[in-house]
Design a protein around this ligand. Structure first.
Ligand code: GLA
Length: 337
């Protein structure tokens, strides 16, 4: 759980925005609700010098000082790079400098790396063209690139969450653990619309069994508070991410968060479902038209159930408890009410 700069600030993010996000995580109570990681996404990178050392650009004057500031608030610090020569925003990636970059992150005090495929797709296309007889050529190259950074991070001796971002290509839920990853995007990017958020949720169907402690499917960062959905839609978003057992990375401007959005992000019961100690994934149980029923096994023999009405209007939804796994009936609690 934490916050990431991309969904709201995108390429405009600055050192001051990240410090402010750290401040707001504390003052809003989000840190104490579990939002610990403060993750700088793309566009912090400057140029490499003659020794290959990557410098920050003018938006981030001193990354070590920023990490120290974040740590001083009882938070952890995340950063972003790509296995390719360029990031998705066209900034310097880690290609050919993996061990050097990993050491620098560790020296800065980085606790989390998002490693985004981006321009490495050009390397993969070149590999495919160079080995027309090997249908696995580009896949093997990608695995090797992700493993290279996974190994480099481990070699630093600093525990660093390793987050793969390669848009769910080639089933990262299968190869992620083998390259040292903690979590992996399962789809292409989210955006702040109910339709895209629901499509991402539907793309998680069947993947629940791949989630386990330290192995997390990542349906992308939250859009709660960014203004493109209404309060009930954001509740659906948060409910689905919790019932899937997804990483919860807020992606909004915390300095301008409404009370309603804050209540969604800090609902203790919903967070407890997301963070349940059993660490199993959730999945869709049934789909009936626009109505979907999702469940997640929880510790203590409990089950979280999300009943999602994705149609335009409100409606009464009779649920037969037997069809959702409780033929004897159940003691239930509505965590939003
Ligand atoms: C890709 C990722 C996004 C974000 C941008 C940054 O699109 O999927 O989450 O990191 O790159 O350029």
């Amino acid at each position: 759980m934490g916050w990431n700069s991309w969904n709201h600030f995108a390429d405009h993010v600055t050192d001051a925005d990240v410090r402010s996000a750290a401040d707001q995580l504390v003052s809003s109570g989000m840190r104490d609700a579990g939002y610990i990681y403060v993750n700088v996404d793309d566009t912090w990178e400057g140029e490499r010098d003659a020794n290959g050392v990557l410098h920050t650009n003018s938006k981030f004057p001193d990354m070590k000082a920023l990490a120290d500031y974040v740590h001083s608030k009882g938070l952890k610090f995340g950063i972003y790079s790509s296995p390719g020569p360029k990031t998705c925003g066209g900034y310097a990636g880690s290609f050919g400098h993996e061990a050097q970059d990993a050491k620098m992150y560790a020296a800065w005090g980085v606790d989390y790396l998002k490693y985004d495929l981006c321009s490495f797709q050009d390397n993969m296309r070149a590999e495919r063209d160079a080995h027309p007889d090997d249908p696995m050529a580009e896949y093997k190259l990608m695995i090797a690139a992700y493993k290279k950074m996974g190994d480099a991070l481990r070699a630093t001796g600093r525990p660093i969450v390793y987050s793969l971002c390669q848009y769910g290509l080639d089933e990262p839920w299968k190869f992620g653990p083998g390259v040292g990853a903690t979590m992996w995007c399962t789809t292409d990017d989210i955006n702040d619309t109910f339709q895209r958020m629901m499509n991402i949720a539907y793309a998680q169907v069947g993947l629940g069994k791949y989630t386990a402690p330290g192995r997390w499917n990542d349906p992308d960062m939250l859009e709660v508070g960014n203004g493109g959905m209404n309060t009930s839609e954001y509740k659906v978003h948060m409910s689905l991410w919790a019932v899937l057992g997804a990483p919860l990375l807020a992606g909004n401007d915390l300095s301008r968060m409404s009370a309603a959005d804050k209540a969604i992000l800090t609902n203790r019961d919903v967070i407890a479902i997301d963070q349940d100690a059993l660490g199993k994934g959730g999945d869709r149980l049934r789909q009936i038209g626009d109505l979907s029923i999702w469940e997640r096994p929880l510790s203590g023999g409990r089950t979280a159930v999300a009943i999602v009405n994705a149609s335009l209007g409100g409606r009464d939804v009779p649920i037969d408890l037997a069809t959702i796994g409780f033929p004897q009936g159940a003691k239930a609690r509505d965590v939003w009410a």
